[in-house]
Design a protein around this ligand. Structure first.
Ligand code: SF4
Ligand code: SF4
Length: 464
């Protein structure tokens, strides 16, 4: 298969993500939604935990709505096309606002470029003072690094969002590229865009200015060292109970969230949290971890531990969650309406859980889908997340002599064929490397796919 249609891509996205509350895909099936009316009364509308942004005094809801995985529907009469289901987005946004959510985070890059428009349509139906909108200068493509190119992206955000000021503006994903310092200069400094954004903040068209940080610690340290010049109002970081002390276990390029958080706290810069569930991995933990969490508190969901962890730290302004379905929104509202903070004992317990998880040899894929579509039809996130699931469940066979080998081999092969259609499996990866530059986790995707494929072939041969 040389190529896949957009419809197939979006379908796959939906299947891959729908299982994870709070972090599902950009595609949601309308019939899977609940209207929310049956349980609306169970979630209080006036109990959302709020945090204050020091620079503007904004009272921000602890749950922030990430607008990167919006529900989609088929385009009428166009078999291969999908579009954002605006009615569903409106319903989700209305419900979120009714329950105290007031922070909405989008980007020109989300949902194939349509998230800002959809967010603008949904929010425009509410009084402007009811919400804070965050967006980003997502000038990833080198063709947009010129001042004109970046200005066009910036101006388009106002048009798409239908606003005349932006509450939270971010330099998007700094530190994630191969040569991060050079890229930071190209995208924001040498073209004068950062100076321009500082002027826009003075003029009130940007109310808070910050950056989202991925990867290279030199960039994080450099931008904080320059804080006297830039006066960052907030910084967005990846933080969860596994990354707190084991970031290298989730990705060799990452830095422990504890360091990032403490550096911000020292400077009184509020932290906005992304990846509270680590791409869903903290909602789909191995069975022995589920058992530990349930033993500690049988009533709480596995995911709620991760949301409570992120919310417990007082310098956290808001915790972002991409929510496709009403049940995701309702689950997350329950964690923060109001927050029941973790005790010191709970945090120690979660660190112990994290120590156990850090030893698992998983691939740091967070199912973000940025590498898709692969021009050769490979379902990269599905293969990598399936592999991780098998590692977590003890279904990756090791030595043929092991007692467990036959059972694990069968479990791996059967579930692999069920989870990923044959034409989209790792064996069809030609190693072109096109996907790699899109991966914020810097996974050597073709190497991992070839490794998994070799393993699959060996398992098949050992059947006889
Ligand atoms: S290297 Fe990446 S883009 Fe190329 S075929 Fe393999 S998975 Fe697809
Ligand atoms: S391989 Fe990388 S880009 Fe692709 S889904 Fe995983 S983390 Fe995201």
């Amino acid at each position: 298969m040389k190529d896949i249609t957009r419809r197939e891509f979006l379908k796959t996205l939906g299947v891959a993500g729908a299982a994870v509350a709070g972090l599902s895909s950009c595609l949601g099936k309308k019939e899977e939604k609940t209207t929310g009316t049956s349980v609306e009364g169970e979630i209080p509308t006036d109990k959302m935990t709020m945090r204050v942004c020091h620079s503007t005094g904004d009272k921000v809801s602890l749950l922030g709505y990430g607008m990167m995985r919006l529900p989609h529907r088929p385009v009428p009469d166009k078999e291969d096309e999908e579009e954002i289901d605006q009615e569903a987005v409106n319903e989700l946004v209305d419900y979120a606002i009714a329950h105290g959510v007031n922070y909405f985070d989008t980007s020109p890059a989300y949902c194939r470029g349509f998230s800002e428009r959809s967010t603008g349509i949904a929010l425009k139906r509410h009084p402007r003072e009811k919400y804070f909108v965050a967006t980003k200068l997502s000038n990833f493509d080198p063709s947009t690094w010129s001042r004109e190119g970046s200005m066009e992206i910036y101006r388009a955000s106002f048009r798409e969002l239908q606003v005349d000021y932006i509450d939270y503006m971010l330099l998007h994903a700094v530190g994630g590229g191969k040569d991060s310092m050079e890229e930071l200069h190209n995208r924001y400094i040498d073209n004068g865009m950062l100076d321009f954004l500082l002027e826009e903040r003075k003029a009130g068209r940007i109310r808070n200015l910050g950056f989202s940080y991925h990867g290279d610690i030199k960039i994080f340290d450099y931008l904080l060292a320059e804080n006297d010049k830039y006066h960052w109002d907030f910084v967005q970081i990846q933080m969860n109970y596994l990354d707190w002390k084991h970031a290298k276990a989730t990705n060799p390029f990452n830095t422990d969230a504890e360091y990032l958080y403490e550096e911000l706290k020292k400077r009184n810069i509020p932290a906005i949290i992304m990846e509270p569930l680590l791409g869903g991995r903290l909602a789909k933990v191995p069975d022995f971890i589920v058992a530990r969490l349930k033993q500690r508190d049988p009533e709480r969901s596995v995911a709620s531990w991760a949301f409570r962890f992120a919310g417990t730290y007082p310098n956290v302004l808001t915790v972002l969650s991409g929510m496709t379905l009403m049940e995701h929104l309702q689950d997350n509202l329950r964690s923060y309406c109001p927050l029941d903070p973790l005790s010191d004992d709970d945090i120690e317990f979660l660190q112990d859980v994290a120590n156990d998880m850090a030893g698992l040899n998983t691939i740091p894929c967070n199912d973000c889908q940025y590498c898709m579509p692969c021009p050769y039809g490979i379902d990269i996130p599905a293969i990598l997340t399936h592999y991780n699931k098998c590692v977590n469940e003890g279904n990756v066979p090791h030595e043929a002599q092991d007692d467990e080998y036959r059972r694990a081999r069968r479990a791996f092969l059967v579930s692999y064929d069920r989870a990923i259609p044959k034409l989209r499996q790792a064996s069809h990866c030609i190693g072109c490397g096109e996907c790699m530059s899109h991966c914020p986790q810097r996974i050597k995707i073709p190497d991992e796919l070839h490794r998994i494929d070799r393993m699959v072939e060996e398992l098949k041969q050992n059947i006889s």
